[in-house]
Structures are given as structure tokens and as C-alpha cells.
Design a protein around this ligand. Structure first.
Ligand SMILES: Cc1cc2nc3c(=O)[nH]c(=O)nc-3n(C[C@H](O)[C@H](O)[C@H](O)COP(=O)(O)O)c2cc1C
Length: 183
């Protein structure tokens, strides 16, 4: 495989989302043969099984984007000790109709930033549970629970100096994980 397209799913719709900033910053740490493509989830309707036979254009777009990717990257905040509803909604959409999920077998990374001290640990654990059911192999180590602190991003939007080594290691392991699963 000469090029790896990564479908990046961000669990926050907020304009100034720290998780969106993290997605942009991580893209600077990836090798040239990796491209991050952000998947839009904010315009998806609420999942309703009645619509399975007639999916909305936004749902079809989501499924096409995920299906054509060589890897997945979930970057999510923690909402009330779990994943935000908008993220679960997107995951449910692309998992249906039954037997036509586009998630299965796509190697994934799970990471997130929050203002809380546990840095999305519980949200990530819930997400891993969902992804395991959907047959998505997730990178287990290193774990990356990021607390948003002054200096996490520099004034260019890159990862700040204090976190760069750790996040570069995480990205390197993620890149290797994607390559193993596309071998
Ligand atoms: C509904 C809601 C629930 C939240 N619950 C948690 C939580 O359980 N743990 C946590 O660390 N932060 C929690 N937060 C704070 C988020 O970490 C913070 O808003 C963060 O900036 C959201 O990510 P974003 O900047 O990407 O939008 C919560 C925020 C909201 C709006």
C-alpha cells in the first residue's frame, strides 16, 4: 500500500473544539504517506432504524468515506464519563443496516483531550467497548489520555514542546498499527 487515507472522527461539534485542534496538530506528526480526512458528523440525522432502507445523503456520505479509508482515528471528548451522543449516533449510522456495517476490520486509534484530570479515559474505554463489537481492531498501547493545559498547542497549532515526544510516539505506533492491518 503506497498511501493511507485515515477517516478522522471527532466527537465534538464545537467550533473551537480542543479535540479538533488535536486532530489538526496530530496531522503534523504523521508521515507523508498518511492523509487525515475529517469525517463530518454534525449534519447526520438522529439514527432511526425505520430509515435503514432510505438513508439520508449525509449517512451515505459517511459510509462511503469510512469504507474507502485504510484506517480510523477517533478523537473524542468525554461527556458525563462516556462518549458524546453525536459520536455514538455516527457510529450507529455507519453500522447499519444489519450486515452492512462499514467499520469492520478497519484499524483504529482512540485518543482524546478534556479539561478533566483523567483526560477522556472513561470515554475511551466506552468507545473501545463499542468498537470491539463492531470488529474494529484498536491500538491498545500506548494509551493517550490528554488533559488540556496551557502549552498543549503552540501558536502555530502544532503539538507543544512538552507533549510532542509522547504524542509522536503515539502517532508512530498508530501508523505501524494501520500498516500491519493493511499488509
Ligand atoms: C455535556 C458535557 C459533559 C462533560 N463531561 C465531562 C466528563 O465526563 N469528563 C471530562 O473530563 N470533561 C467533561 N466535560 C468537559 C469537556 O472535557 C470539555 O468541555 C471539552 O472542552 C470538550 O471537548 P471539545 O473542546 O473538543 O469540545 C463535559 C462537557 C460537556 C459539555
Amino acid at each position: 500500500m503506497s498511501h493511507y487515507k485515515i477517516a478522522v472522527v471527532i466527537g465534538s461539534l464545537r467550533k473551537d473544539s480542543f479535540n479538533r485542534k488535536l486532530a489538526l496538530a496530530l496531522a503534523h506528526l504523521t508521515p507523508d504517506d498518511f492523509t487525515f480526512e475529517h469525517v463530518e458528523i454534525g449534519d447526520l440525522p438522529l439514527y432511526n432504524q425505520d430509515d435503514d432502507a432510505h438513508p439520508a445523503p449525509a449517512v451515505q456520505r459517511l459510509k462511503t468515506e469510512v469504507a474507502s479509508a485504510q484506517g480510523l482515528l477517533f478523537i473524542t471528548p468525554e461527556y458525563n464519563r462516556s462518549i458524546p451522543g453525536v459520536l455514538k449516533n455516527a457510529i450507529d449510522h455507519a453500522s447499519r443496516p444489519y450486515g452492512q456495517s462499514v467499520w469492520g476490520g478497519k484499524p483504529a486509534g482512540v485518543i482524546g483531550v478534556s479539561v478533566g484530570a483523567i483526560g477522556t479515559a472513561l470515554a475511551q474505554q466506552h468507545l473501545r467497548n463499542v468498537l470491539a463489537y463492531l470488529d474494529v481492531p484498536t491500538l491498545g498501547q500506548p494509551e493517550a489520555f490528554i488533559q488540556n493545559k496551557e502549552g498543549l498547542f503552540d501558536d502555530r497549532g502544532h503539538v507543544g514542546e512538552d507533549s510532542r515526544k509522547f504524542l509522536q510516539t503515539w502517532v508512530d505506533k498508530y501508523v505501524a498499527w494501520v500498516k500491519i492491518h493493511n499488509g
